[in-house]
Design a protein around this ligand. Structure first.
Ligand SMILES: [Zn+2]
Length: 380
């Protein structure tokens, strides 16, 4: 639809601090106005009364090499099909598969699809249980640099598996090489913590992993209950985790099949460590539960005591900052292309389920209604 007014929704835009009942007018795919009663002429109206209108939601950690392996999900299922306008693949492709990713995934999606390139040439398509960094030949700096320089529009960082299973006998050497690459390319590292796949492998101590990270790097799976997480065996936050956070290292939820544990989340939150971003770690194997979609993952954080506004900030302006893309997304700005999510917050009791099948009572559910990109309205 070329021109329309999204009428009388509660606009929550943490980037600007806006929270109130407003109309949003879209003309030729561009946000043309935000205010009260913008629907004076005969512009078609989409009634958003009773609904929440946010900047387009951003899911910063998924597996989107669609159809490939056990994991590759269609980006439009977790994207526009879930009320989300931007999705980010976390390391499915190493440099060898990067062009396939661009041509086959990004270019064919209605959702914006960005990418963390895998440090390993093998990428993550086979799944996380393999020693993809356990042989020094599997990191090829020059080829990664070439792929990044040719694809800066899509690549937002470098994915590193900090697990014993992935690192094998190489130990922390791949992290040092990732650090060198991140510095050379001026890209953040996205580091997976938690030994969730290999039962016999030992993860490197979290303190040793965090030594390689700097402000702007991202730790994903902050609420994992698996070895290698942010808590010691008494449930206390490792001091290095707090120091990392204070120095500007960002923390992402990365729910996934294994890595959102409500007990861990409560302890981490009680000790004052808040997530910077909320993400699904969505793939083919968790869409039907326990993950479902980003709005459901956001509602689980609300059940843990985080406010709706804070959770919307995590999925919009904070996520845009984490991706280094605040100029392109994460807020509703007049004159910019429309990237908007419309959600329904339902006040009802339900049981939120974590990756270990623990449940906690929740009183708000978030249901996606539509995702708007430009002049296209994608209803879920
Ligand atoms: Zn993942």
């Amino acid at each position: 639809m070329k021109d329309f007014v999204l009428k009388a929704g509660r606009v929550i835009d943490p980037a600007s601090g806006m929270d109130g009942r407003f109309d949003v007018r879209i003309r030729n795919g561009v946000i043309d106005g935000i205010g009260a009663d913008l629907a004076a002429d005969d512009t078609p109206i989409i009634d958003a009364a009773g609904l929440i209108v946010t900047p387009g939601l951003i899911d910063v950690h998924l597996h989107l090499m669609k159809g490939l392996g056990a994991f590759g999900a269609d980006p439009d299922i977790f994207g526009i099909g879930s009320g989300v306008t931007t999705v980010v693949d976390a390391g499915s492709a190493g440099h060898t598969l990067f062009n396939v990713f661009r041509n086959y995934v990004t270019d064919n999606a209605k959702t914006r699809v960005l990418n963390y390139i895998n440090l390993s040439t093998l990428g993550g398509v086979a799944g996380p249980g393999y020693g993809i960094l356990a042989d020094p030949r599997l990191i090829e700096e020059e080829k990664i640099e070439k792929a990044v320089e040719a694809n800066r529009d899509l690549i937002v960082g470098i994915k590193v598996m900090a697990t014993g299973g992935a690192l094998g006998a190489e130990g922390l050497k791949p992290l040092a090489r990732a650090r060198g690459l991140g510095d050379a390319l001026k890209l953040p590292l996205l580091v997976h913590i938690g030994e969730s796949w290999s039962k016999n492998a030992q993860p490197p101590p979290i303190g040793d992993v965090l030594k390689y990270l700097r402000a702007g790097d991202i730790v994903t799976h902050m609420f994992t209950a698996h070895p290698g997480g942010l808590l010691d065996d008494k449930g206390k936050l490792w001091p290095e985790a707090r120091e990392a956070k204070e120095s500007g290292v960002l923390m992402d939820v990365g729910h996934g099949l294994h890595n959102l544990n409500f007990d861990v989340a409560r302890r981490v939150l009680d000790q004052g460590l808040m997530p910077d971003a909320v993400s699904t770690d969505g793939h083919r194997g968790n869409r039907a539960g326990p993950v479902y979609d980003l709005p459901t993952t956001m509602a689980k954080l609300i059940a843990l005591g985080i406010s709706l506004t804070e959770v919307v900030a995590m999925a919009t302006v904070n996520a845009a900052g984490l991706l280094g893309r605040v100029d392109q997304m994460g807020s509703i700005r007049v004159g910019e292309p429309a990237e908007i999510s419309v959600l329904r917050v339902e006040e009802r009791e339900w049981l939120a389920v974590d990756s270990q099948k623990q449940t906690i009572p929740a009183r708000q559910a978030i249901v996606p209604v539509c995702a708007i990109r430009g002049d296209a309205i994608h209803r879920t």
